[in-house]
Design a protein around this ligand. Sequence first.
Ligand code: E4P
Length: 217
Amino acid sequence: MKFFVDTADTAEIRDLAETGLLDGVTTNPSLIHKAGRDFLEVVKEICAIVPGPVSAEVVALDHDGMMREAEIVRKIADNIAVKVPLTIDGLKTCRKLTADGTMVNVTLCFTANQALLAAKAGATFISPFVGRHDDVGFSGMDLIADIRTIYDNYGFDTQILVASVRNPIHVVEAAKIGADVMTAPPSVIRQLFKHPLTDNGIKAFLDDWAKTGQAIG
Ligand code: E4P
């Protein structure tokens, strides 16, 4: 499963990229607002840090407007994935952009039927929002499993990008289902490395090592 980080904070992206475990980045207008930086400038910087896909979202709601914005956004770098909302105009835009060889991430997916439509529109990525789905009393992971089944039934190569990830359980469940990608905030990615028994084990080993009086090298 590929790991994307869901942030526009370039310091966080740089730090996580150094692990060699980061396959891409997703942003959205709220994350751009949080970063407090110029949209085109920050996305360009992110594209230079991470070679993998970097999602940048258009904000127009009509097809012509989305196309106009996408023309600007896709020129930023070769690794841009234009992010469009799951609407009729969004999917029209998706169809047109992917036909031209541009990567498209269809966002704000909440049903398996929406995911089916996005795959038929040639989406590179479909982003079901599991956390927001859980928030309103549905199972985000059931949605991921349904999409996996449908995509496998018909051999769609649209990648399932599990979004709105809120905790490590979301990540392991997505991996068990066979999602292609997950995108999570930096804090959740950092949590994946952690276990108290790992920390306790390191401490115990180092305490015993100190008693040996030895050094390596
Ligand atoms: C994905 O592309 C979105 O940016 C993101 O995962 C939304 O997450 P949230 O529901 O935590 O805002």
